[in-house]
Ligand binder design. Structure first.
Ligand SMILES: Cc1cc2nc3c(=O)[nH]c(=O)nc-3n(C[C@H](O)[C@H](O)[C@H](O)COP(=O)(O)O)c2cc1C
Length: 419
């Protein structure tokens, strides 16, 4: 029976010394050419200091310079400075480091790209404060280029000494858009039934495998559900878990939701585990614990990481003991206390986090940005500031994205066009 301090060896051979991992959180700390910076190095050194050698997963690195999730994501295309990325790897010291790779699809804000792309244009723009433009449908050759981009990015990460990559297929970004019948209305091999809708994800996983060695860890972050009518369901997700097992992935992280239905932050009614047999602790926290149990039956030999709302040591221990979970993912708690992992391993009971929700849909931006600002503080060599006002953080986000996103459009287009 696994406890928090039990080691775990992934199928790739990567050894995790204990069961707590830092979940991916976007850093938005790259330079104007979307290259890694000393701020990334300070940040990962800080997280490694409190991780007791545990797994760190980076925020999403982009595979296509034209479409970013944040204006200052690292872009892992042919222009990436691998020497600088290696410095980030080295800063993480004895922690295994996995880079998350993603493409935002229609969830690219309008400052970064006025016309985002999507599997099909039918679902229209992401409805959120007018921040997103109306997408156009990707052509087959564009999809193939994106899939190849996952391979290129993975190779760069391997060259930089990373232990693996995680393909981001959750939270409503491009590969999750392909999985969702609400967004993906294609009738070619990239759409249709769940197998067709999973093609972009499975091909991306294969591209990563083909570009790296068998000891390089390949993980996937998958939604339990989109939490929207007509979207990607738990039944779909269970089948996709089966397909990922067939592909031989080394770790599956479970999350849920999209920008329009932000279950990942617990912002959907009735989310917490309704299954009383899962015990009192997980009943109150761990948003996707009931799906983890379903996924377990499909993912016999593949370790499962569960992320979302997990806060107390008691819940973590119970998820590992009989919840079918192998790794506990922590996001926001580590943005506010980078030493929390070491504390939990030493017996700290953990605690609820304050909520920073603003009224209306701006609340999502407010909460996420509050944590992103804490991450930026650590990148600058400071400690998190729990007293920061969420309105200040939200305003900083919109202002910063507008200036940097619009300012970077031409610069990024020039690099893409360079032979
Ligand atoms: C500031 C911030 C940035 C995030 N960026 C990413 C990301 O780049 N990739 C990703 O998969 N999830 C991202 N997430 C979601 C987290 O990985 C996690 O799924 C979510 O915060 C729920 O876990 P928690 O309750 O432990 O915070 C982000 C969360 C926050 C707060």
């Amino acid at each position: 029976m696994a406890d928090l301090d039990s080691p775990l060896t992934l199928p790739s051979g990567l050894v995790l010394p204990h069961r707590i991992a830092k979940a991916p959180m976007t850093e938005n700390l790259a330079d104007a050419d979307n290259q890694p910076t000393p701020a990334h190095e300070r940040l990962y050194a800080r997280w490694a200091r409190g991780a007791a050698g545990g797994l760190l997963i980076t925020g999403n690195l982009m595979v296509d310079r034209r479409y970013l999730e944040r204006s200052r994501n690292i872009v892992a295309d042919r222009h990436l400075d691998v020497v600088r990325l290696r410095r980030v790897r080295d800063a993480a010291a004895d922690s295994p480091l996995i880079a998350q790779l993603g493409h935002p699809g229609r969830q690219t804000n309008r400052f970064v790209a006025r016309r985002p792309v999507a599997p099909s244009a039918d679902a229209g723009a992401v409805r959120m404060m007018g921040l997103f433009g109306r997408p156009r449908t990707l052509s087959v050759s564009e999809i193939e280029a994106i899939v190849a981009g996952f391979g290129t990015a993975a190779r760069h990460c391997a060259d930089a000494g990373f232990d693996g990559v995680q393909v981001h297929a959750a939270h409503g970004y491009l590969l999750a858009q392909f999985l969702s019948p609400h967004v993906n209305r294609r009738t070619d091999r990239w759409g249709g039934d769940v197998r067709g809708r999973a093609t972009a994800l499975l091909d991306s996983v294969r591209a990563v495998r083909a570009a790296t060695s068998s000891s390089f860890t390949v993980a996937v972050k998958l939604n339990a559900s989109d939490f929207r009518h007509g979207g990607f369901t738990e039944d779909d997700a269970e089948q996709v878990v089966g397909m990922l097992v067939e592909e031989g992935v080394d770790l599956i992280e479970i999350s849920g939701g999209t920008y329009e239905s932000p279950a990942l932050f617990g912002e959907v009614d009735g989310l917490t585990d309704a299954d009383p047999s899962s015990g009192p602790a997980t009943h109150k926290e761990a948003y996707f614990a009931s799906f983890a149990r379903r996924a377990r039956t499909r993912a016999a030999g593949v370790p499962l990481m569960l992320t979302g709302g997990i806060r107390t040591r008691e819940a973590m221990v119970s998820l590992l003991a009989d919840g079918g979970v192998d790794v506990i993912g922590l996001g926001r708690p580590l943005a506010i206390d980078p030493d929390l992992t070491a504390k939990l391993l030493a017996g700290d009971p953990g605690r609820e986090l304050p909520r920073y929700t603003l009224p209306t849909v701006a609340g999502l931006a407010g909460e996420s940005e509050w944590y992103e600002t804490q991450i930026a503080r650590m990148g600058a060599g400071a400690e998190p500031d729990p007293g920061l006002h969420p309105v200040v953080a939200a305003a900083r986000f919109v202002g910063g994205e507008a200036v940097r996103g619009l300012g970077g459009q031409r610069r990024r287009a020039r690099l893409v066009a360079r032979p």
